[in-house]
Design a protein around this ligand. Structure first.
Ligand code: BGC
Length: 369
């Protein structure tokens, strides 16, 4: 582990820096910043991950590093092969947004053997002793925020988060993310910590009875798969005449498909308003949907900040320094507790999108139509 950067390791890094500088013909003076960083990202099917790759690359380049950025299109063998290639081409550090957090152990053992620092990006890489640092958001809080917005949309909590005394019962269905993504369980745990008391007291009911993580998980975070599951649940609502009041959805790309499935049986009209639906990532299409009063809320994670944390971790390690962390207890990957830096996410609703997304420069008003 390089987390405490012993002097010998620092010396090795410095030496490899100089050697790398010589090999590429650059001067030793500039070589401290001219290193090659492999950036492995999960997919381009979601705009958030496209932004992550762009931001990380731009920030590394601005510091004078070279970047090998690869996307795995949610395919585990592809990502393993990409990381292998990065190691083979001699990267000096790796930033990895895992497709399957449990599938990288073997390839990362090679990185470990070569003293290549590894930053786990957004998603925790599990079961591996070769993960040095973790750059992410406070994922438990994301789940809490998702459940809180669901309760606010239903009118169970007021805008300040205080109980209104509404007793319902409100019929909801629950969706979770991909079982191979550690974040998905953390989001679920956070959300359930808020929802459980209301399920226990009967203010909320889940007519399908599907509340366990395994029952509600969505492999590969696939919107299509989630939409298909929703279509198996809706006939019971139709036949009983029961209204679906709300849905805990873990991700904007899933919410879009869930809205479409409910529209097929008449939701989204004056007679049958949309169920209250949550989300995550503040993707453009979904912010537009929020503005159009379809989706109720999303959770915004500033990928510029996440890139900044990961890039500064890499830069510190490449310069023989210890990266800044703010959490050294929460993220046990099954082998070790990975020192982490957790960022804070923000809730976005129709009332707040301008302040949170436009004023911060994340999107222009024009982009949101
Ligand atoms: C990320 C979320 C994202 C999801 C699907 C998770 O690991 O933390 O921001 O919505 O993956 O891409």
């Amino acid at each position: 582990m390089r987390r405490s950067m012993p002097a010998a390791a620092a010396a090795t890094l410095l030496l490899s820096t100089v050697l790398a500088g010589c090999a590429t013909g650059t001067s030793a003076a500039s070589s401290a910043s001219a290193q090659l960083v492999g950036v492995a990202m999960p997919t381009t099917t979601s705009t958030r991950w496209v932004a992550d790759g762009k931001n990380v690359s731009a920030q590394l380049t601005a510091l004078g590093h070279q970047v090998d950025l690869q996307y795995a299109q949610d395919d585990v063998p592809t990502q393993v092969a990409q990381v292998q290639e990065m190691i083979d081409e001699g990267v000096d550090a790796l930033i990895v947004g895992a497709v399957d957090g449990t599938a990288l152990k073997d390839v990362l053992a090679q990185a470990g053997a070569k003293d290549i620092p590894v930053i786990s990006y957004d998603r925790l890489i599990r079961d591996s002793p070769d993960v040095d640092y973790y750059a992410t958001f406070d994922n438990l809080r994301v789940g809490v925020q998702q459940a809180t917005t669901l309760l606010q949309g239903l009118g169970v909590l007021d805008a300040g988060g205080a109980p209104t005394g509404a007793t319902g019962p409100f019929s909801i269905e629950l969706f979770a993310g991909s079982p191979d993504d550690n974040n998905a369980t953390v989001f679920y745990d956070g959300a359930m910590s808020v929802l459980r008391p209301y399920l226990d007291s009967g203010v909320l009911v889940v007519p399908s009875g599907q509340t366990d993580f395994d029952a509600i998980a969505t492999p590969a975070w696939s919107g299509k798969t989630a939409g298909e599951r929703m279509r198996t649940l809706l006939p019971a609502y139709e036949s009983s005449g029961r209204r679906l009041d709300g849905v805990l959805s873990p991700y904007d790309g899933i919410t879009i498909e869930l809205l479409a499935a409910t529209a097929e049986i008449g939701y989204g009209t004056a007679a049958q308003p949309w169920p209250v639906m949550t989300g995550q990532d503040a993707e453009v299409a979904s912010v537009k949907s929020i503005i159009a009063e379809e989706q109720y809320a999303t959770i915004y994670k500033d990928t510029r900040q996440l890139a900044e944390v990961a890039v500064s971790m890499v830069d510190a390690l490449l310069n023989g320094q210890e990266p800044e962390t703010n959490d050294i207890t929460s993220y046990d990957n099954g082998v070790e507790v990975v020192p982490s830096y957790l960022l804070r996410s923000q809730v976005v609703t129709k009332a707040s999108y301008q302040d949170v997304l436009v004023a911060s420069g994340y999107y222009t008003q024009q982009e949101l139509g």
